[in-house]
Design a protein around this ligand. Sequence first.
Ligand code: F6R
Length: 334
Amino acid sequence: MIRDTLGDYTQKAEPARLLDAGIESILILACGTSYHAALIGKYIMEELLSIPVRVELASEFNYQALTLAKAGALTITQSGETADTLKAMRKLKNMGCPVLAITNVVGSSASRIADQTIYIRAGPEISVAATKSFTAQLMVLYWLAMSYSKADARRLADLVMGIRQLPKKVQQVLDNEDEIMECAKYLAGYENAFFIGRGINFPVALEGALKLKEISYIHAEGYAAGELKHGPFALLSEDVPVIAIVAQDNTYEAMLTNIKEVKARKSPVIALVGEGDEDIDQLADLVITVPKGDAMFSPVVNTVALQLLAYYTARQRGCPIDTPRNLAKSVTVE
Ligand code: F6R
């Protein structure tokens, strides 16, 4: 699927008119899992486009008095039918803001409202929980940011190499199911969990928690790792595992400190780490090993690992994975 989305865009994509229009900032709007992709998009775009990017929940945007000058908007919606996102798009259009929709569904309402649409080409997503559409949304965001990047030629060449290696790295995660299954068996015995990450992997923590709560019914919260000490520490105990997403970037040392703080409060730690990381191996109760690579692309491999963790945990608990209770695939009411 990643190969397909990548192949389509690198070979025959039309330019994103929004980013050709001399805009000075970008606003990204979305809900749920698509909102988490948007948050990752902020990190990617601010680094590669050197432009301020603001991300808002579409369901909240409708209550905000925002003035937009020389801004362009991206809206991300798998279904293209999420009522809050469509309402936000209409508000943007009324404000005179150009809107580029990133969606999976050809001819969807979002594609009809937008000035331009980019399709993520993930194919129909059957399960209620968004999985492959999230990865495909990220691929489009990488492609957009790399196409308009202000990074120097060398960095860009590294990024192109990094993105080409992604299908292989994701396959390595899929092949690591024994390790992930072992963590899932362990996690399935708890009723509460925290997911923590920093930087570009903070939204990955949010998404990991959303997937786990949605399909396994374990109460899970995603947190910026630095925020745990500002309140949630009170909840840490041997009954509350913490899943720590550790990337090989400038967040590494701080994450190591956070894991030590969590261990000191008796919470079991499951760490997502790059291969061969002995420091974390010694600290964590369990590890999920992911392939190393450019940290910019780490959200893709880490999210796939967390999707599998949620999947096997839900299976262990006997939950209906594709059709979790109380949820619908498209949320067409506000
Ligand atoms: C979670 C999930 C939801 C959707 C949200 C937005 O697994 O699927 O959080 O991401 O309802 O849906 P779209 O992307 O269709 O606008």
